[in-house]
Design a protein around this ligand. Structure first.
Ligand code: DLL
Length: 446
């Protein structure tokens, strides 16, 4: 579903469309959402002050905590009876963040997912193996309906039961796989472990997202699954997956943000001031077309930059890969640390799976970082640990203790920080709703 007219709309026309949509939106939420009326009044802004997209910066931000405070339906602009679906974001702590959709919202959701899948190489008639989690998480069902809209045939496998996934991938000859990059690695390692021949599969494209990943993971997956892998980004509050997508052939230049529906800004993490294109800061979205639960300037906490790439066909802006989250950029002994820096190191070790977690605590005034990282099932078996191993084994077993030391040194070299490495048996780190791992546990202020 290449929507040529909208995807290549000249910038002036795109701005005009965005302006018209924003003006309508602000008037609507002012009338229907008491939270927004109060916020706008507090900030001395009236809907009549918003005449174009250039006025967006006058509006206050919406934070995740605001959505939680208005739990469950405080942000609705329509009666509950007009809703067609309700999802929740995949938070691991506290109350979930509720997001609701009308029929019109679901049509937009499918449209942007279909647009994204098409940009990633998927075509009508292809089979899509959808291993994103189905349920309250927007990944599974969101991708599902977008793929159907594109005219694909969807296999709704959801996450887990890796052996069954492999059997179905092979028997159904699916061309496209959608899942988190870490789960794609789990599948790829299992295929390799079983010595299966890639020629017996028919995979061509992997459309991966829902968590940050790196180019090293892309290269690993492209060779181990025989696919072209692209990045899909999204978040429940804005719609779900399909807010932005990396286009095939334009890898590593960022993901197109579908600007006719979602207007992005980058702002300074501390002051909230808009930053120029190319500068890194917090990504903020205004949902221009959502009906049931639109948001003004939603503060995503994701860190990235925006830039226009005028050398290519689509006119929409591109966002860089997510470098981390404003709330999980750690400051350790005065040094800024994103967990992706640690991930870059782990990617070079076949003995490790993609699953790891940073646990930060304090000893006196000193910050301590412990990293738990899972080994692969393969490596575990090689060491003759059939049912996992203990921390004690990590000290006594020569291969495990050697690997721990090597990793500690590499991480120190690349981040400048000493961290304690704790190797964990395969599949022992807890995953949350949607198959994601909480990458950081910061216990310093607990
Ligand atoms: O993760 C929606 C989604 C599903 C996106 C499937 C892509 C594929 P939430 O559970 O609300 O929604 O989590 C949103 O996940 O703010 C980012 O921090 C992170 N995230 C999502 N996609 C990417 C990505 C879905 N491609 C939060 N790269 C976002 C990095 C991502 N981080």
């Amino acid at each position: 579903m290449y929507q040529k007219e909208i995807e290549t709309l000249p910038l002036e026309k795109l701005r005009k469309l965005q302006s018209e949509r924003l003006v309508k939106l602000v008037n609507r939420v002012y009338k229907t959402v008491p939270f927004y009326k109060k916020q706008l009044d507090l900030h001395g802004v009236h809907p009549k002050d918003i005449t174009s997209i250039e006025d967006l910066h006058k509006l206050p931000f919406t934070q995740k905590t605001d959505i939680r405070d208005e739990y469950p339906f405080g942000f609705l602009t329509v009666p509950q009876s007009d809703l067609s679906r309700i999802h929740c974001s995949s938070g691991t702590t506290g109350k979930p963040t509720v997001v609701a959709y009308t029929q019109k919202d679901l049509a937009i959701f499918s449209e942007v997912v279909a647009r994204s899948l098409k940009a990633a190489g998927a075509k009508p008639g292809m089979k899509m193996h959808n291993a994103y989690g189905y349920g309250l998480f927007t990944g599974g069902i969101g991708i599902h309906y977008g793929a159907e809209k594109l005219g694909m045939s969807v296999i709704p496998v959801s996450g887990g039961m890796t052996q069954r996934q492999i059997t179905l991938l092979k028997d159904f000859q699916s061309e496209v796989i959608c899942c988190t990059p870490s789960y794609a690695q789990t599948i790829a390692h299992e295929i390799e472990k079983q010595g299966l021949d890639l020629a017996d599969f028919n995979l061509k494209y992997a459309i991966l997202g829902a968590e940050p990943w790196t180019d090293a993971i892309r290269q690993d997956l492209e060779s181990s699954l025989g696919v072209k892998a692209t990045n899909i980004y999204g978040l429940s509050e804005v719609i779900g997956p399909g807010v932005s997508q990396e286009a095939l052939g334009e890898e590593n230049t960022g993901c197109y943000v579908w600007e006719d529906h979602f207007y992005p800004e980058i702002v300074d993490k501390h002051t909230g001031k808009p930053l120029p294109y190319g500068e890194e800061g917090v990504l903020v979205f205004t949902t221009l077309t959502k009906e049931a639960m639109p948001f003004l300037r939603y503060w995503t906490n994701d860190i990235c930059s925006l830039s226009y790439d005028h050398s290519i066909s689509r006119t929409h802006i591109k966002m860089s890969g997510i470098k981390g989250r404003a709330d999980d950029m750690l400051i350790i002994r005065g040094v800024n640390l994103f967990h992706t820096q640690v991930e870059e190191v782990f990617n070079h070790y076949d003995e490790l799976s993609a699953h790891y977690q940073l646990i930060v605590s304090k000893k006196g005034t000193m910050d301590i970082v412990q990293i738990e990282v899972e080994t692969t099932a393969d490596f575990q078996q090689e060491l003759l640990f059939s049912t996992g191993f203990t921390n004690d084994d990590c000290v006594k077993n020569e291969s495990l203790s050697k690997l721990t030391k090597k990793l500690g040194k590499k991480i120190k070299d690349s981040t400048g920080l000493s961290m304690q490495i704790q190797l964990k048996p395969y599949d022992s780190i807890k995953k949350s709703n949607g198959g994601k791992i909480q990458r950081i546990k910061d216990l310093r202020h607990a």
